[in-house]
Design a protein around this ligand. Sequence first.
Ligand code: ADP
Ligand code: MG
Ligand code: ZN
Length: 417
Amino acid sequence: SSELEAEKYRVLKTAFGFDAFRPGQEPVIDAVLAGNDVLAVMPTGAGKSLCYQAPALVLGGLAVVVSPLIALMDDQVAGLRLDGVQAEAIHSGKSREDNVASWRRVASGEARLLYLAPERLMTARMLAALGRLPVSLVAIDEAHCISQWGHSFRAEYLALGEARAALPKARMIALTATADQSTRDDIVAKLFDGRAETFVAGFDRPNISIAVQDKRDTGEAIERFVAARPDQSGVVYRISRKKVDDTAARLQSAGVKALAYHAGMDAAARAAAQEAFLAERGVVMVATVAFGMGIDKADVRYVVHGDAPGSLEAYYQEIGRAGRDGEPAEALLFYGLEDIRTRRRFIDEQDAAPERKRVESRRLDALVGFCETTACRRQALLAYFGEVSPPCGNCDVCLDPPEVIDATEEARLLLTL
Ligand code: ADP
Ligand code: MG
Ligand code: ZN
């Protein structure tokens, strides 16, 4: 429903402090919220935790997370608490008193998430106790372990099947980074009776060419880019309402069918602009990030960032609006240090915990790294999301490698002179 939808974005921003979902996260979260059994296969570092943590908060009640390692549980609990989310772990690495205290906070309804090892969940007492609580979600993290345990420890594997019977109202999600098909089939067979909505994240969108350009005379550079692509639909992102209005006006006076879109416009004007963009050919939408959520237009041929985006997550999501039809599309980012300084100031001046500021600052560093890389742009982007890939052949660096002086070659030359 649209209520869950709104709550999902609210949780993303306010509970976790993220400005966008990472590739692959949103469809998984949507499927969980829709009540389906889900298997999510995503690379390490892709952000699997959020795929059950966000639904846990949106759904309310208690989420039980099965995790194989004490260290992983403790990390997750510590991270959630930093975000102000009440989470508990009960495991053999803690004292009995600490475990009892954790359980009290679970039983009283204070805790949103409870992390357990599979062998602890399997005990009849635990299942019975959880059966009396409003468990809304069971998440099996590192689910490939089920497959391995299934072969060597039958009892534990059986316990996870029983967890499902003991908690019939809970949705279930299994997550793993192991892409291998037989392991996947095994998980679905053992956990979901052979039926689950399976998501395998491949993040690459090879039809989108990627380029980064020095930011100079942005207004003129954008006009030149757009004018060279008549009759194509495109999106031009700008950081402020004023820049959106200025850029749209400039394009209009150059004869381009450009429209503005930002949160400062009234709802009717925004709806009209969006409608025209979706319905007409060759409309260029000049917008702040307010534009894009839920926009599904197949033939957007380019996405231009006139200013630096907030993060690589936001960048990926925004360029992903191009080329949904699979035909060639372009992503062009204008990169200037002034933008990065502005972003840094945003981070410094916001009223947030130091830890959160550090995280946001690291994310900005990643964006800078992407803009300044001398290796394949797509490789850098996908690597950030945990995906290993070869040079793409469809980015500015691959197509026009920067000249690097080969010192060894030069030295050899000198020796032969
Ligand atoms: P996985 O379990 O897939 O290996 P994690 O869930 O541990 O990955 O997440 C990896 C990192 O990505 C964490 O630092 C997390 O905070 C970060 N992360 C997850 N989702 C987002 C998002 N939507 N935006 C920014 N960072 C994110
Ligand atoms: Mg993980
Ligand atoms: Zn490349």
